[in-house]
Design a protein around this ligand. Structure first.
Ligand code: NAD
Length: 271
């Protein structure tokens, strides 16, 4: 029997990193071959299991991706934009799949992933859950059915540590609405960047953001017309959901040609 695919987790000590490590250890379809943290982090050089307060696993935390990536078929990366770009080059060198959950990347940063995707598959998604990816398809469908008498507002809520706003998921939903309505995606990205509060023009796709406590992630797309409203909503109550999607993406990507993919490809939802 061939060996199980080797997985590296980047951002090991993070909220998602620790969840991903646990999920890989529980899986009988992959094995953990290393973990990554930023230079200077106190987990670097330690055993992953001990760093997480458990028993030694014989798997270490590195700050230089080259060493663990030599043994890996995939790296699952929930870190920060510049870390993700740097890691894409190393994953490409190792011919390993790069599963990117990192959000808050600018268009320019996303464009910088392209050279790596010529050598190995990249799966990047602002949300790795089945529910949200299904929701993007529903949003596209509803936006296509309604005319500009309906304003579209994406409302999102997250825990108070979240760095980017609006969330990567909110952008995915806004872009799905733009696609359905047949308006320019760039306009939606500008709306997200230029201000998440304030007046809207008729038919605008806007964003509203709530931050507080330990909210894992809630997204609502509101289609507001005259005298009626439609809302489509997703609530994530456990980040294990995102880890599950990321592991599924890592397994899916094993036999894929180099290129850029998202969770619609992984889940077979691309319509
Ligand atoms: P976090 O701050 O808890 O964890 C990020 C970790 O990355 C930290 O431990 C940090 O030290 C580490 N890191 C930073 N630079 C690094 C580098 N160069 N090399 C290795 N590690 C490095 O954040 P989090 O809540 O775990 O979220 C991480 C990212 O994932 C965010 O962008 C978040 O929005 C995103 N996210 C995506 C999904 C999804 O489904 N796509 C779900 C949840 C979170």
């Amino acid at each position: 029997m061939s060996e199980l695919p080797g997985i590296v987790i980047a951002g090991a000590s993070g909220r998602m990193g620790q969840m991903l490590i646990r999920s890989v250890l529980e899986s009988d379809r992959m094995r953990l071959v290393g973990a990554l943290e930023r230079e200077g982090h106190d987990w670097v050089g330690r055993d992953v299991g001990e760093a997480m307060g458990g028993v030694a696993l014989g798997v270490h935390v590195f700050d230089d991706p080259l060493e663990p990536m030599a043994k890996a078929q995939a790296v699952i990366d929930f870190t920060a934009p510049e870390a993700t770009i740097a890691l894409s080059g190393i994953a490409a060198q190792a011919r390993a799949a790069h599963i990117i959950g990192t959000t808050g990347m600018s268009d320019d940063q996303i464009a910088r992933l392209e050279p790596a995707s010529r050598h190995s598959p990249i799966v990047r998604a602002g949300n790795m859950s089945l529910g949200v990816n299904l929701l993007t398809q529903l949003v596209k469908q509803v936006a296509a059915a309604l005319d500009e008498d309906f304003d579209i507002e994406v409302v999102e809520a997250h825990h108070h540590h979240k760095v980017d706003a609006p969330s990567g998921t909110a952008l995915m939903l806004g872009e799905a609405a733009a696609e359905g309505r047949g308006v320019d995606l760039a306009q939606v990205r500008d709306a997200a960047r230029d201000g998440i509060t304030g007046a809207r023009k008729r038919g605008d796709i806007g964003f509203s953001v709530i931050r507080g406590g330990d909210i894992v992630g809630e997204h609502e797309v509101l289609f507001a017309g005259a005298g009626e409203r439609i809302t489509l909503k997703h609530m994530a109550t456990d980040r294990a959901l995102f880890a599950k999607g990321a592991l599924r993406a890592a397994l899916w990507a094993q036999d894929k040609a180099p290129g850029q993919y998202d969770m619609l490809d992984v889940l077979g939802l691309r319509g």
